[in-house]
Write a protein that binds this ligand. Structure first.
Ligand code: ATP
Length: 214
């Protein structure tokens, strides 16, 4: 049976309800068999002292523990340097059946920056791209992408066909929450209750993460 797998990369520093709600909505909308959150590696000097890759991964694991089809994929952290998305896609593809669908989920802003990605023209050889478009953002792709969008986008996201190669746009109103905001609240001693799952909050507290005193 053909499987449909979504992937959502991010720093998840920390994972929050915006990520989880958005991921869950996409998973339901596309009836995904799996939606893998893939924490990105960062250059070691950019890790804040209070939050290691290990902590970020542990929090994502806690967040999706009872939330199928959401899952965690740690492959980018298992390498000793940041991965190009293309490399991640190639390594995922090697584990899937040829006909399985892979959906790379990107926000509109990230999509607009696509032409700066490593070997970006090859991405669609390995996956479909699902662009989460905010209702308040511009709806026209930048010039460098317009030809690709014209050639590869499908008007009905539900009609994505084949294992890879198409672009679809989904309109989604994101929750107004960011990891930056959460780090700032914690650094100033404020509560982040209800902005992250309780299990993530318990981890943050138990490990003293993001507190100004660290
Ligand atoms: P930071 O504030 O540290 O930049 P962030 O909250 O934006 O972090 P990332 O880890 O950079 O989180 O995001 C990973 C992915 O999740 C990105 O594709 C991003 O567009 C998406 N995302 C982030 N915040 C939200 C949100 N509130 N709702 C839906 N998707 C989100």
């Amino acid at each position: 049976m053909v499987r449909r797998i979504g992937i959502l990369g991010g720093t998840f520093d920390p994972v929050h309800i915006g990520h989880l709600r958005g991921a869950l909505e996409v998973a339901e909308m596309f009836d995904l068999d799996e939606l893998r959150l893939i924490p990105n590696a960062r250059p070691p000097h950019r890790e804040t002292p209070s939050c290691s890759a290990e902590d970020r991964l542990a929090m994502v694991r806690l967040a999706v523990a009872d939330l199928p089809p959401l899952a965690v994929d740690a492959r980018e952290l298992e390498r000793d340097r940041p991965s190009y998305t293309l490399d991640t896609l190639i390594s995922l593809r090697a584990e899937l059946a040829a006909e399985d669908q892979l959906l790379l989920i990107v926000g509109w802003d990230a999509f607009c920056g696509l032409p700066t990605w490593h070997r970006w023209e090859e991405l669609l050889d390995y996956c479909h791209i699902l662009v989460l478009q905010r209702p308040d953002a511009g709806s026209e792709a930048p010039q460098a992408l317009q030809d690709l969008v014209a050639a590869r986008s499908v008007p009905d996201p539900q009609a994505l066909a084949g294992a890879a190669g198409q672009i679809a746009f989904v309109w989604q109103t994101p929750l107004e929450v960011s990891a930056t905001q959460i780090r700032q609240l914690l650094a100033s001693g404020k509560s982040v209750r209800f902005l992250v799952p309780d299990a993530v909050l318990a981890y943050i507290n138990a490990h003293g993460l993001y507190r100004a005193s660290n």
